[in-house]
Structure formats: C-alpha cells, structure tokens
Design a binder for this molecule. Sequence first.
Ligand code: NAD
Ligand code: UDP
Length: 324
Amino acid sequence: MSALKRILVTGGAGFLGSHLCERLVKEGHDVICLDNFFTSQKRNVSPLLECRNFELIRHDIVQPIWLEVDQIYNLACPAAPGHYQYNPIKTTKTSVLGAINVLGMAKRCRARVLQASTSEVYGDPEVHPQQESYRGSVNPIGPRACYDEGKRVAESLCADYHRMHGMDVRIVRIFNTYGPRMHPFDGRVVSNFIRQALLGEDITIFGEGHQTRSFCYRDDLVEGMIRMMNGPAEFQGPVNIGNPGEFTIKELAELVLEITESRSNIVHQPLPQDDPTRRRPDIRLAKQRLGWEPKVPLRDGLQKTIGWFRTIDFEQYRPPTPNF
Ligand code: NAD
Ligand code: UDP
C-alpha cells in the first residue's frame, strides 16, 4: 500500500491548519483543506493552490459533507477567546456537530481521525502541571464553556466511536501555540503583545500578569500532531502536546518588549472571567509514546514570529470579530 494518503484537514486555512497542510503537501500526500474562513484568510493557503496535490473547499463543518479520505485532522473551530465567545452557540455546534460529521464520514470510509483538543479541557486546573489523567475543572456555564465543553464533548464522541465502532481515533490536547501566520487581531496574548509592541501601542496585561501559560512554537506542535496521527495503532491518547516552559504573562510582555526594542508602555486591564491561573503540560506521555518533545525555546520562537509580524501589513487583515 502506498505511504501517500488522501488527507482532509478541517480548519485547514487557519493558523495551525495551514502549516499542517503545507507539511502534508510537501510530503506528497493528497490534501483537502476544508474551511469556512471564519477566523482565517484565504491568503494562508493561496500559495498551495498551485500544487497538484492540494484542494480547497469552502464548507461549514456544522453541515455534513461526504469525502473519501484515509486520514482526517479535525481542527475546525475558532480557538482564540474573543473568537469563540463571539457566537458561543455556534462554537459549541462547531465542536460537537463538527465532530459528529467528521466521525460519521470517517466511519463510512474507514478513515483515521485526529481530534485537535485543547488544554482548556483542564479548565482552571487544580493540578499542576497537567497530566492527561487529570479530569479538569471547567465552569460549565461560564463564558469559556462553549469552547471547553464543546471540546470535551468532541473528545467523548471520539472515545465512543472508538468503543462502539472500533474506529481509529487519536486525541491531542494542544497547549498555547504561537508562530508566524497567527491572525494579528485574534486577541491572543502573543499576537496582541507583538502587534502592540510593533505599533508602539500600550501592551495590555489582563490582571496583574501573574497568571502563567506555556508557549509552544507552531513547528513543534505540527510535528507532534503528525507523530500522533501516525503513532502506535493502540494509542488513542489523549496526549498533551505543548512546551513545558512556563512563563507569567508579565514575563512574556517583557520579553516581547526586549526583542522588539519597543518603547510601548505596559498597562493593566481587568482579568476576564474564568481566566485560568496557570497552565503547563506534563509531556511525559508524548515523549514515551511518540518520541516527541518541543525543540524551540520561547525566545527563538518569538524572534521568528516577530520577524514575520514585521513583514505583514496590518491593514490587510480584517478582525474576524469585534472581540479582540
Ligand atoms: P484558527 O482560528 O487560526 O483556526 C481555526 C480554523 O477553523 C480557521 O481557519 C476557521 O476559519 C476554521 N473554522 C472555524 N469554524 C469553522 C466551521 N464551522 N467550519 C469550517 N471551518 C471552521 O486557530 P488555530 O490556532 O489554528 O487552531 C486550530 C485548532 O487547534 C482548533 O481546533 C483549536 O481549538 C486547536 N487548538 C489551538 C491552540 C493554539 O494555541 N493555537 C490551542 C489549543 C487547541
Ligand atoms: N492576556 C493578556 N493580554 C492580552 C491578551 C491576553 O494579559 O492582550 C492574557 C489572558 O488573560 C490569559 C493569557 O494572556 O491569561 C493567555 O491568553 P490567550 O487569549 O492567548 O489564551 P488562553 O487564555 O486561551 O490561554
């Protein structure tokens, strides 16, 4: 059997999806990118349109679709808080109906599915660092619930399709990932701080900035996803994919200011409700089962990301929602 596969990437025009598509196209696979462009722009994948082994479909994953493929990476879902809270009901539908549609399609054509889950399934964690066995502390009625609970249901659907139908599913829990091609107006902390520093605007720290996050460079993340998709047959996960280097948001702001040599001021704004206090992946499982660990330290990854932000024209980017 050929090692070359027909691969569907839902959310394939987004920040992570477009890099994943690029890698898979380069490896020679037949890649279908499906996206409704809610939080992305066609320019993320337009260079790929010239490749014979790449196809682009505008489609909303909330609606069923039938395609014949061998593997599906299910990434379709707004990921930044300002995006997923813009229309929270739609966010839940995207995660839940999207997973049902993807898993139904995969069952019919016997495709393997990798579900892009998130560290948000751990909510505001009482256990630190977070291991896959930790069940999380999510507020089911809070403003982040549409995303957190939607992703949790998507995980349980994967587990049930596996148990009921013997389907080959894989779950990765992605921790905060950054890199070139992040939407400059997505409101996430890395893109906000870099944009603000480059434009000489105030750097907006929410709360005191003592909350922590662990930032993974996008190339490390994409490598982890591909390894999980092609990893051991009996290993469904979930597996944490992230960089265990943990930083306070204040430290991140200072690092961005230092690298950009910006003279922006730091200002403080109210901490959003249910904002997790700390987050850091325990990645022992990924190391053991996938031989994966991140290679790019935050400073190096930020330098590359800032280098890319310097090349773009912010005017060319439409903020997907007013919440940034
Ligand atoms: P992104 O917003 O850049 O990408 C998401 C893509 O999904 C976009 O292209 C968007 O247009 C598309 N999409 C949204 N709703 C859709 C729908 N109903 N139908 C079809 N397409 C739809 O975000 P990203 O950072 O690239 O995230 C990709 C995936 O990884 C998401 O599932 C996200 O939950 C997950 N994830 C990302 C991070 C991170 O830090 N980047 C962390 C945890 C999980
Ligand atoms: N944050 C901040 N200033 C910003 C954007 C975000 O201080 O301009 C904080 C936010 O409150 C959170 C952290 O940075 O504590 C990470 O936020 P992001 O939206 O990137 O991701 P998530 O909260 O989903 O991890």
